[in-house]
Design a protein around this ligand. Structure first.
Ligand code: UDP
Ligand code: MG
Length: 319
């Protein structure tokens, strides 16, 4: 067992979880205590409009290992994870959801793989998706098969529930991009990693804040972050249409020469419609990439911290 692996940080993004955060954090803390290593909990309140921040503050005075940060507004889970990783001081960091859908009982095993077997990344992967709606299941299946094709990665069942060694955290923090996709990036790095399967538990309480719309947005974000294939698709469609144009062109000229050129309005209308939509979609794809360049170049911060919770500087150090 390496002597450098002394402190474990557990990063927990929290958004609108007032209904259960008190119990959930205690459960997470109880399993953290079973990992056989000093630990700190870093809870990041992602601008919750409810009482989450207040409860976190109260908890910080009860659980001495807990440190909290709060955003001024909701910046999204990616930003919360980023802030947590920036704040974490551990030699290893676990990122885990606050709603207990990521079973905390896996943590001791994750730590074992990291400390004793030298894995830099331990991924908890969904063996079987828990009780989710058909739309979510179907969406995830379509998304991951498409995403894997585009990026050459293996993201099926991939989640944000991961243990990262300090070297991986540093690597992640050194990236200059603002529009991040945590679970994709960690796989993309290619550090020595171990997968542990788990079954997704039912949400403790409250409801998932992901709507179909936001999942769709995440899918587009993930794909455009890792691949420029959609741009090449535009060119490909262009070539396909040129070939069709050539065929139709020849036919039109032939009809003209042979004096059969008066009919064909249906074809003209259809062509205008098809070409119009292909052009619009192509412009949309190009526009998406341009808007990403625009967002990146502005270099705005990923999040703005409103409050740093009270925590003891000695949290996690010592016994
Ligand atoms: N979360 C967050 N910011 C958001 C949405 C969610 O920090 O804008 C947190 C949330 O509190 C939870 C985790 O991210 O700890 C996963 O969220 P959720 O359970 O809503 O998503 P799902 O389990 O459906 O992926
Ligand atoms: Mg959840």
């Amino acid at each position: 067992m390496s002597d450098e692996k002394k402190l474990l940080s557990i990063v927990i993004p929290v958004f609108r979880e007032e209904a259960h955060i008190r119990e959930s954090l205690k459960v997470i803390a109880s399993y953290a205590a079973k990992c056989g290593i000093d630990y700190e909990l870093v809870a990041v309140d992602d601008g919750s409009p409810d009482n989450t921040w207040k409860i976190l503050q109260e908890l910080a005075s009860e659980i001495k290992e807990l440190r909290c940060i709060g955003f001024v507004r909701n910046f999204g889970k990616e930003a919360a994870i980023r802030a947590g990783l920036e704040t974490a001081r551990g030699d290893g960091v676990i990122v885990i959801d606050s709603d207990l859908q990521h079973p905390p009982e896996l943590m001791p095993e994750m730590v074992r793989f990291w400390r004793e077997e030298g894995y830099s990344v331990v991924n908890a992967k969904k063996a079987e998706r828990g009780r989710e709606s058909i739309i979510n299941k179907l969406g995830a299946a379509v998304f991951y098969s498409f995403f894997n094709k585009l990026t050459g990665g293996h993201f099926k069942g991939s989640t944000d529930y991961k243990l990262l060694d300090r070297e991986v955290v540093e690597c992640y923090l050194s990236l200059k991009e603002h529009l991040m996709f945590f679970r994709g990036l960690i796989g993309w790095f290619g550090f020595k990693s171990k997968d542990i399967p788990f079954t997704v538990a039912k949400r403790t309480r409250g409801s998932s804040s992901w709507s179909v719309k936001s999942l769709f947005r995440l899918a587009i974000h993930a794909i455009t972050s890792f691949s420029t294939l959609p741009l090449q698709l535009v060119t490909f469609t262009g070539i396909l249409f040129s070939l069709a144009a050539l065929g139709l062109g020849i036919q039109t000229i032939y009809n003209y020469i042979t004096g059969k050129a008066e009919s064909g309005f249906t074809t003209v209308i259809l062509l205008i419609l098809i070409i119009g939509s292909v052009l619009m979609i192509s412009l949309g794809i190009i526009g998406k990439y341009i808007s990403k360049i625009y967002d990146e170049i502005k270099g705005r911060p990923m999040y703005i911290v409103a409050q740093k919770g009270d925590y003891r500087e000695d949290a996690g150090d010592g016994a």
